[in-house]
Design a protein around this ligand. Structure first.
Ligand code: HEC
Length: 478
């Protein structure tokens, strides 16, 4: 049944896509700015995005402030919108749809070369809107025709529909501090702590639900211009690991997520602070528009994370901006060690994990360069594993995007993994990816992307059993 349901929902999502596409192709002028925020604030995409989904400085500030533009806020939030625009327009303006994925894939390895045509693999419906000047929501509903699932100790693919990566509300707690006696200012119904011309603090902003905390980091995992590739499975096993930013990945070979289902924690899973979304609560505040402080907790597997991060926007001169971020993250019992007797099974020990790292981002005119270096260390490993398990790992990811002109964005990313985990299984990885993305309209992009394995080919390693992977795909928002 869920499968039929998935098909129906995907078909329902696909139909408007098709219609919108035909309209877009038929009309001689560029389509109107469509996704939710563009419609609500009547802005072009590039007011907030260098090119979607990557945000520019204004877009990041808009996000930090809880999806609000104080000068454009409606004093009574959604009530004013419904009154002025009607319920239907208010609803439509709160929705956006994104279809992304491959059209064609080519994988080269010494023994065999595969080519295949593939259907777009991710369809997301966004519901996003400020409800009140100090409260907003952001919810993703996601359909994945070929999601990889793990059940009864086997991997397989099946259609899935459900809550997407993120689903949260953001609430500005500034007024609360005002009630406690702090000086406050008001703009567009939003409260800011501080005095005009003096110290100011925006927030504290509470973000709770299914959240992506690294959204404020100098390198945000969720806004990838070079998309993650799909995990490939065959005969119930992992055949090839996806190409992801290794800095944010789990990095350890041989770990498990849990005891009961015995699901492996794959080396390339985006975990802890850098998850693409997990249940939790996050609080951030911005001081004088220069320093952002952030703390929070997140559930993960059988345990949970606590973290603190800070971001400094050191330079902000129109065409030149520079920011750096630092992170410390402690995970309590977030992974399981392999059983020393039989490493293919999870053992009795839950492990703590320390993650810390830095990230930086420079933007100069059409050039956007960002990178992160993240260290991981495991605690609580059973004594018997000491000799055969490496408990430290590091990942480095650096990306550069260059907007050649309105319609063409060139991107390049380098990923380096110094892996940890079971010594006879672990492999380091180095991957270089390059991509050209063509935007015939602001909200439609086609891309050609190639990734090269810079290390030797290793037949039995799911991380390195390929030489070259080429993808052609589409990213479509409306
Ligand atoms: C007022 C600012 C603003 C405008 C204008 C805007 N966006 Fe966005 N957009 C955002 C923010 C903020 C997010 C959430 C980003 C995040 O959390 O990573 C977002 C998210 C997205 C995402 C999805 C990211 C994901 O999580 O998958 C896409 C795609 C996107 N925007 C496309 C567009 C397009 C296309 C336009 C123009 C038609 C547009 N946006 C206009 C601010 C804006």
């Amino acid at each position: 049944m869920p499968k039929q349901l998935a098909v129906v929902i995907l078909a329902a999502a696909g139909l408007p896509a098709l219609v919108a596409g035909l309209v877009a192709f038929a009309s001689p002028w560029p389509v109107e700015a469509v996704p939710a925020f563009a419609r609500q604030y009547d802005l072009q995409c590039n007011a907030c995005h260098t090119r979607p989904p990557r945000l520019n400085r204004f877009g990041e500030q808009f996000h930090m402030m809880g999806f609000q533009i104080p000068s454009a806020a409606r004093p009574r939030g959604i009530v004013s919108s419904v009154r002025e625009d009607g319920a239907l327009k208010t609803l439509i303006d709160s929705l956006a749809l994104r279809i992304e994925g491959g059209l064609f894939e080519y994988t080269a390895s010494p023994r065999e070369t595969e080519t295949k045509f593939v259907a777009p693999d991710e369809i997301t419906l966004f519901v996003a809107r400020p409800l009140l000047p100090e409260l907003s929501i952001f919810v993703e509903i996601e359909g994945e025709p070929n999601a990889v699932a793990f059940e009864n100790r086997r991997y397989f693919t099946r259609g899935q529909v459900g809550l997407g990566k993120e689903a949260f509300f953001m609430l500005n707690l500034g007024r609360l501090l005002g009630l406690l006696g702090a000086p406050t200012m008001e703009m567009g119904g939003q409260t800011m702590v501080g005095k005009h011309g003096g110290f100011s603090m925006h927030g504290p902003m509470l973000m709770a639900g299914k959240v992506d905390p690294n959204t404020n980091f100098s390198y945000a995992t969720n806004r990838q211009l070079i998309a993650l590739t799909e995990l490939e499975v065959a005969h119930g096993e992992v055949e090839r690991l996806p190409i992801v930013p290794y800095a944010f990945a789990s990095k350890f070979f041989g770990l498990f997520k849990n005891r009961d289902e015995r699901e492996p924690q794959l080396v390339t899973d985006q975990v802890m602070y850098n998850t693409s979304g997990a249940p939790g609560a996050d609080v951030h505040a911005m001081f004088n528009d220069v320093v952002l402080g952030q703390i929070g907790f997140l559930r993960e597997n059988e345990g949970f994370n606590t973290y603190a991060a800070a971001r400094f926007d050191l330079l902000d001169r129109g065409e030149l901006t520079f920011n750096i971020s630092a992170l410390v993250n402690w995970g309590f019992g977030v992974a399981r060690a392999p059983d020393p007797e039989d490493p293919s099974q999870p053992g009795g020990n839950r492990l703590d994990r320390l993650r810390y790292g830095i990230a930086a981002n420079v933007r100069w005119k059409q050039l956007d360069v960002y990178g992160a270096l993240i260290w991981d260390r495991l605690y609580g490993l059973p004594g018997e594993l000491r000799g055969s398990f490496d408990r430290t790992a590091t990942g480095l990811t650096i990306q550069a995007d260059y907007l050649v002109y309105e319609k063409i964005m060139l991107s390049s990313r380098f990923d380096q993994l110094w892996a940890g985990g079971l010594k006879d299984e672990k492999r380091d990885g180095s991957v270089l990816s390059v991509q050209a993305k063509f935007y015939p309209w602001q909200n439609i992009a086609f891309f050609v992307r190639d990734s090269v394995n810079l290390r030797s080919f290793v037949e039995d390693s799911p991380l390195r059993n390929w030489r070259n992977q080429l993808f052609i795909g589409i990213d479509w928002d409306f």
